[in-house]
Design a protein around this ligand. Structure first.
Ligand SMILES: [Zn+2]
Ligand SMILES: [Zn+2]
Length: 372
């Protein structure tokens, strides 16, 4: 598995100061902390990643080692915790982190969430964003596309409108946390308080849970979502579809859906920015005498004039036949490189004609090379 660069994980430059690293980590930790994102595997993975990155980059010695050697070779003795937190997939043992001493991760967290531990967020919270990767063929990326994608998301339970309360029931104080929304957590990094796992920190539970969602308020639904891909997207573009992420908790707004595009390359066209490049063969006669030829474009055929005395490798521009600009109006251009192709299997008559041409025009095309 490729490990992400620690600086990249924290979104800071390689020359970031200690302060900048701390600030970046605080911002990410607030967003990704498991207490804020219960049962969110992707947030949990990201949280581990940024925590590990912070563990290393906030320690001058570890950072120097990382700058010099990267993730490989492994950190030496004393750095095991930083290299393999939790000892592989599945487990993440926070206790492996360096808990001692001021400035450690624990210190930062008590700082971040208050001395008495993290106070869970109650009340409405926005749903998580969803990410989807969409494969597009070359032309669809250029012309745009209306399509439907199918994805699973937690949507507000239609039976209880997302409240989790069943028929005749109401919201009552959670018996586990006695309505506080907080629970004692075990030892380790986040010792102190955590969001109550039973009520997810809201402090309330339905007296009669909704039968459809078992009181959760959300149901997993496979949904078909119409998306419009604008003309001109490229490999790695992101399109935001508002409100199509996970539904919010306790009446919060839904998250957004982010569609990342993966564009397959084309056999004939090459794209650089909004310009298209291609190579088109022409005959000796067309090159010598000029011609009008048909050239493929993303819109179909276009007629292009080859002037007399065209050489192989000459480039012609078809203005406005490139990719529509994603931002603003207009389009890029298409650049056509011509390549002269000789006739094959010359018969006696054709050979005679070329010899004749050689006698009439006994030129040396390489004479320029020897000058200077
Ligand atoms: Zn509770
Ligand atoms: Zn329900």
């Amino acid at each position: 598995m490729n490990k992400r660069d620690y600086y990249e994980a924290l979104g800071v430059g390689r020359s970031a100061s200690e302060k900048e690293i701390k600030r970046a980590y605080r911002r990410l930790a607030r967003k990704l902390h498991p207490d804020v994102n219960p049962n969110n595997k992707s947030a949990e993975a990201k949280f581990k990643e940024v925590t590990e990155a912070y563990e290393v980059l906030s320690d001058a010695a570890k950072r120097r080692h990382y700058d010099q050697f990267g993730h490989q070779p492994p950190f030496g003795p004393g750095y095991e915790g930083a290299q393999h937190p939790g000892g592989g997939p599945g487990g993440f043992d926070f206790s492996q982190f360096d808990l001692g001493g001021p400035g450690g991760v624990e210190d930062l967290f008590s700082d971040l969430f208050g001395r008495r531990g993290y106070t869970p967020q109650a009340g409405p919270s926005k749903g998580e964003d969803l990410h989807y990767s969409l494969d597009l063929n070359f032309r669809d990326a250029i012309r745009g596309l209306s399509t439907e994608i199918s994805l699973q998301r937690h949507a507000a339970c239609p039976t209880c409108q997302g409240t989790g309360v069943g028929v005749g029931g109401q919201l009552e104080g959670c018996p586990t946390c006695r309505g506080s929304g907080r629970a004692r957590a075990g030892r380790g990094l986040f010792g102190g308080h955590q969001a109550c796992p039973r009520c997810r920190g809201t402090g309330k539970l339905p007296s009669t849970p909704c039968g459809s969602c078992k009181g959760d308020g959300t149901v997993l639904k496979t949904e078909r979502i119409s998306v419009k891909i604008p003309p001109g997207v490229e490999n790695g573009s992101t399109i935001r579809v508002q409100g199509k992420g996970q539904s919010g908790r306790t009446g919060g707004p839904p998250g957004d859906l982010y569609i990342g595009t993966r564009v397959r390359p084309h056999a004939f066209f090459e794209r650089k920015g909004d310009n298209l490049y291609c190579e088109v063969p022409i005959s000796v006669t067309e090159a010598a005498l000029g011609a009008r030829i048909d050239v493929p474009t993303v819109d179909g055929k276009a007629s292009m004039r080859i002037p007399p005395e065209t050489s192989s490798g000459q480039v012609f521009r078809l203005r406005g036949m490139g990719v529509p600009h994603l931002k603003g109006s207009g389009r890029g251009d298409q650049f056509v490189t011509v390549k002269i192709v000789l006739p094959r299997n010359l018969d006696a008559r054709s050979q005679e004609l070329f010899r004749e041409l050689g006698r009439v025009r006994p030129e040396d095309p390489r004479s320029e090379i020897w000058k200077g």
